[in-house]
Design a protein around this ligand. Structure first.
Ligand code: 13P
Ligand code: SF4
Length: 312
């Protein structure tokens, strides 16, 4: 029944009444980013979820992010505006297949990217995000074999950076692998002074040409601190909202996606399932709620805590 500013006001009112906190990822729509109490990359969001004293966590992101918040806060209510907001990386590693894969390397340390289900986290020794993956892998003794799942592109990037051989699970982010190399080359020709900055979920062929590689938060701070005035941004286009606000005088060019994508730039269909209306309903009805069974939550928490401990 509410629209525009009225809807925004009602969300803020509910937030106060219910002592809720709104956590949002940079890939959700700008109006949601603006209403959030905390906006960040996956590591920042996990840390914010760990530290909150709110009674209800409203996660404007995707399902694995809500699960992560619930794993850290079993006694708080965690709601997601749309339960269908999944992630191709989480989908790429089904529980049974991953268990069989892991069984082939009984002595390996399992490092999983936070973009995975709670079931996979429960089979993991240490979680990582794009901002600490190199540090996490470097923390593992050199004589240990390492399984890295589920993002093989991030895995290949980390293997290159650390010089470690990683046993990779072949998952990928549908958004980042859809960035068109051909169109990117053209964009570079048209903007010869621009630096190419990329998220490590991109394919190796794109990362090898990038001037800077980092998580969403790292990309945002790079455009702020770099002396350069032009950037081609190879990640989901949602990050451009905060970038434009942070450096309004600089030229920001979203990396072009392939033809099959409906928009000219890269958009995550799951992140875009979050709307202001669904956010309001989730807060009003306190639904849909994320649940994680204790037998999964406890080992998953151990793997998450191992990461949070070395990322302080
Ligand atoms: P970060 O924000 O941690 O870089 O992750 C990007 C992403 O794809 C989240 O799903
Ligand atoms: Fe998953 Fe990729 Fe969407 Fe991030 S951008 S939620 S990794 S599909």
């Amino acid at each position: 029944p509410f629209k525009g500013d009225d809807l925004k006001e009602q969300i803020l009112k509910l937030k106060k009444e219910k002592n809720a906190v709104i956590l949002a990822h940079y890939y959700v729509d700008a109006e949601i980013q603006e209403i959030a109490d905390f906006l960040g990359d996956s590591l920042g969001l996990a840390q914010a979820a760990e530290q909150t004293d709110a009674d209800m966590i409203v996660f404007c992101g995707v399902h694995f992010m809500g699960e992560t918040a619930k794993i850290l806060n079993p006694n708080k209510k965690v709601v997601l505006p749309d339960l269908n907001a999944g992630c191709s990386l989480a989908d790429a590693a089904p529980k049974e297949e991953f268990a069989a894969f892991k069984a082939k390397y009984p002595d390996a340390v399992v490092v999983s990217y936070i973009n995975c289900t709670a079931d996979i986290k429960a089979m993991t020794d240490i979680i990582c995000t794009s901002s600490n993956a190199v540090k996490v892998v470097e923390s593992i003794p050199a004589d240990k074999q390492i399984i890295f799942a589920p993002d093989a592109n991030l895995g290949r990037y980390v293997a290159k950076k650390t010089g470690r051989e990683l046993i990779l699970w072949e998952g990928a982010c549908i958004v980042h692998i859809d960035i068109s190399l051909e169109k990117l080359k053209k964009a570079k020709e048209e903007n010869p002074n621009a630096l190419l900055i990329a998220h490590p979920e991109c394919k190796e062929v794109i990362l090898s040409q990038a001037d800077f590689v980092g998580s969403t938060t790292a990309l945002l701070s790079f455009v702020q601190t770099s002396d350069c005035q032009e950037f081609i941004v190879a990640t989901e286009a949602g990050i451009l909202h905060k970038m434009k606000m942070a450096v309004p005088h600089k030229k920001l060019i979203p990396a072009p996606a392939n033809e099959k994508n409906s928009c000219a730039c890269s958009e995550c269909p799951y992140m875009k399932m979050n709307t202001m209306e669904k956010l309001y309903n989730a807060m009003f009805y306190e639904l849909p709620e994320i649940q994680v069974p204790e037998e999964v939550r406890i080992p998953a928490l151990k793997a998450l805590k191992a990461m949070l401990e070395i990322s302080k």
